[in-house]
Design a protein around this ligand. Sequence first.
Ligand code: ADP
Ligand code: MG
Length: 340
Amino acid sequence: MQSPSHTLGEFALIERFFKTRSETMLASTKSIVILGIGDDCALLVPKPNEELAITSDMLVEGRHFFAGAKAQWLGHKALAVNLSDLAAMGAKPIGFTLALALPTADPRWLEAFSNGLFALANTYSCPLIGGDTTAGPLNICITAFGALPMGKAIRRSGAMAGDDIWVSGTVGDARLALAALRHEINLPPTDLELIENRLHQPVPRVELGIAIRGIATAALDISDGLLGDLKHLLESSHKDAEVFVDRIPKSVILQKMKVPLQTQFAACGGDDYELCFTAPSSQRIAINNIGQALKLSLTQIGSIKPMQNNLATISLMTSDGQDLDANTTAALLKSFDHFA
Ligand code: ADP
Ligand code: MG
């Protein structure tokens, strides 16, 4: 591997910004990681009757974030999007690896990146256990590992006809932040700061994922937009769905926008990292109790229907039972596609 070209060498960089901090974490938390950074591989000893959940997510400059984005935010977000995938399966984080391509080894950038990364890693006692570092265009790839009791993962494929569809928190803020940063929309500075935070520092719903194990029949995290992601869940479960558009939870800030834009951002905006899950209606009280315990709003936005024609169809309506017109429906159901 070629070393990043400047003063700080590859190994000094790993030692200073990753290895030392990771060792501090490992020393202070009980963990199934018995060997972290420094050898050819990390070593984990899985607990009996547990299975491993493994996920990777990449952040690429120009695609997932603007050039010059704050390094601290990038450190946070790169890990947050992976922990969000673990949350969606109900897995408890146990560790992660970091593959990093850097144009230059700028100590100020690395310090801020590492601060953002480890602040979140510490929150979930999820140590960095290895990785790779190379010179190249800025690219951050994290692989996260989680633990689950055997057979208890919440898959996308388990939704049953009659189940409620739930969404955590609010959706659409990250998309609103993007519109503001692109100067398509003007927001007062205090609102801008709040919703920019939603875009740059998403909170992975790890506690929620663990809490709904055994209650939710299917789940996923909302990364590409609520309706597009819900469609993936329906495809896996071979079901249709009915969604009440006016029930989709929106922040106070998003609710200040014109109604069609509110609906579009909440239904289709990406980067929210909330969870969408299904559960039998007999679980409503249990789910409301979980929301209260976690101080996280959980909103029932619709229900699962038997599949009609193999298409995983989402019918959009208002809560008083009116169908949305065909044009609005078609526009809302266009999900985000990275290669479109
Ligand atoms: P190898 O050449 O054997 O793959 P490296 O020289 O790339 O090993 O890395 C040395 C050690 O540092 C390994 O334990 C590796 O996991 C770790 N490492 C390298 N880059 C990172 C990084 N960005 N974050 C965490 N650990 C890293
Ligand atoms: Mg290597």
